[in-house]
Design a protein around this ligand. Sequence first.
Ligand SMILES: *Cc1c(COP(=O)(O)O)cnc(C)c1O
Length: 387
Amino acid sequence: MSNRPIYLDCHATTPVDERVLSAMLPYFTEKFGNPSSINHIYGWETEAAVKQAREILADAINATPEEIVFTSGATEANNLAIKGVAEAYFSKGQHIITVATEHSAVLDPCEYLKNLGFDITILPVKSDGLIDLTVLEKALRPETILVSVMAANNEIGVLQPLAEIGELCHQRQIIFHTDAAQAIGKIPLDVQTMHIDLMSLTAHKVYGPKGIGALYVRRRNPRVQLAPQQHGGGHERGMRSGTLYTPQIVGFGKAVEIALAEQETENQRLTQLRQSLWEQLSHLEGIHLNGHPTQRLAGNLNISVEGVDGAALLLGLQSIMAVSSGSACSSTKTAPSHVLTALGHSEKLAYASIRFGIGRFNTQAEIDLVAKHAIATIESLQSITVS
Ligand SMILES: *Cc1c(COP(=O)(O)O)cnc(C)c1O
């Protein structure tokens, strides 16, 4: 065993599962053809591999293969969904609704559109991190063209009520987009029963490779129009040009296939690990559980602790565990997590937070070690602050 810290940052990224890597390897070397090459076996075999991955992804969300558009990840999928709809439906309206706790890959494209003159409503969340459906309903207007609400939050793990949101949007013929980067393979997703029109996916949060994702784009009832954000050879039905990255696509398919097959048993195991971690930590003084206690991803635990300095806390933990405070994407900024402040936390409390992302390769023994060390670190920091 290496003496590197225990990895508990699975919302930032996950390692590639060995089974996924094995599936990918042939497509780097002997099966290297361009899936768009229609005149020879090199193209046919990679085209078949891409087709298979597309089918796995479509099945995973109850879509059809033609509705899957491969992208470089969820950031690109979110950009394509939001800017693509804004441009295509400009003449219908310029009002877009999203939520304060969204990932920056949703909030920043909305901010960009706001600067272009679009009208953006950012909904608040309740103290448990969930949106209030009556607040959403009141925000919907005749000129609303898009509602973007994430499936599972990357910091506090809460699961938004997708089916209810989809129903509200569908009744009014408003396009519903969801960023499901943290949800794919972890919770059941169904674009039909949930009335989802656009869904962003990524492979690297579910033990697949980095640099590959997809956007689900509904083709019927309604047929969603998207203005492409990258022009070129017309790949992916013109919505995303660029030679398909076969090894990554194969890995994405395999990763989702494995996650779905193991979803139920793995969720039970992760829930037990999370509960064990929380039971051990909950005895600490001034500790808060962030996000809804049960309507959340099985592997997510996010806590805030009163009376400690956030920077000292992370420093004290880092030799034993790899965790983060806030999201990986905002950790280069000095601002406190926008998700935790949206829950009503003060900046100081938001800083003194830990996001545990428990995953496929973590064990009970690791959780016990992490709990023991976290308790000792927090208690010693609290005693410093008090005296
Ligand atoms: C990780 C993440 C993204 C970004 O995905 P990439 O594939 O890394 O671009 C977007 N949204 C959420 C909720 C995420 O967790």
